[in-house]
Design a protein around this ligand. Structure first.
Ligand code: FMN
Length: 206
């Protein structure tokens, strides 16, 4: 029996180790800007206060190689917030089927409910929501494509302006420490690990 092939693999070339860090950060950043990018949705794993593993899909809201930071939004009343208050360590995973690439990264998360960072993200969401709210549901559905950080649903956009929503809004800032790369073209594998403290230099694993 042959090994399973990654779905719609187009590239048959494994990415050179010297290009891996650039590829990862460019694509994590694109994932925040485009709904259709495979890294727009990432799976985040935490440990719950009773020690059990927990995982869920999160929408990528931004990535910056220079600071090694990524940003996500959530609500204060969700179980993941209790997980992160008990243990701030997180692990994320994403998969790009066209390139056969799995990216796994880990680090620590800080919750921003108040303060300039949360205000800045909320301001962005509410400014654009306010504009979209004056459009018809059809127009707003089309316009939301402009900014993937916004909810797609017209009603949610309207609710997004309420003080209650702001009170529940939390920015999850992740300081990425380690990135683990695994690429396969169906016949070959390449694994590498990169640490922020080493300037994301890819160290070959196998
Ligand atoms: C496509 C998709 C995108 C999602 N994006 C987010 C997100 O950005 N933030 C978030 O808190 N939950 C998001 N969720 C919901 C979470 O996956 C999860 O169900 C919810 O937040 C509760 O998680 P918890 O019980 O682990 O706290 C998303 C779910 C789907 C299906």
């Amino acid at each position: 029996m042959s090994a399973p092939q990654p779905r719609s693999l187009k590239s048959h070339e494994l990415i050179a180790p010297t290009d891996i860090a650039d590829w990862v950060w460019v694509n994590l950043s694109r994932g925040a800007d485009r709904h259709s990018h495979p890294f727009h949705l990432l799976t985040m794993a935490t440990v719950s206060p009773d020690g059990r593993p927990a995982a869920r899909i999160m929408t990528n809201r931004g990535a910056d190689r220079v600071t090694g930071r990524m940003w996500f939004y959530t609500r204060l009343d969700t179980p993941k917030v209790a997980d992160l208050r008990a243990r701030h360590l997180v692990c994320f995973i994403g998969y790009d089927p066209d390139n056969g690439v799995q990216v796994r990264f880990s680090g620590s998360a800080t919750l921003h409910q108040h303060g300039p960072l949360a205000d800045e993200h909320w301001q962005h969401v509410s400014d654009v929501s306010r504009w979209l709210f004056h459009l018809s549901p059809e127009q707003s559905a089309a316009a939301v494509g402009i900014d993937p950080r916004l909810p797609r649903d017209h009603e949610l956009l309207a609710k997004g302006l309420t003080a209650r929503s702001r009170a529940q809004f939390v920015v999850l800032e992740v300081a990425v420490e380690t990135i683990d790369w695994h690429q396969t073209d169906g016949a070959h594998q390449r694994r590498a690990v990169m640490h922020g403290k080493d300037g994301w230099r890819a160290l070959k694993v196998e």
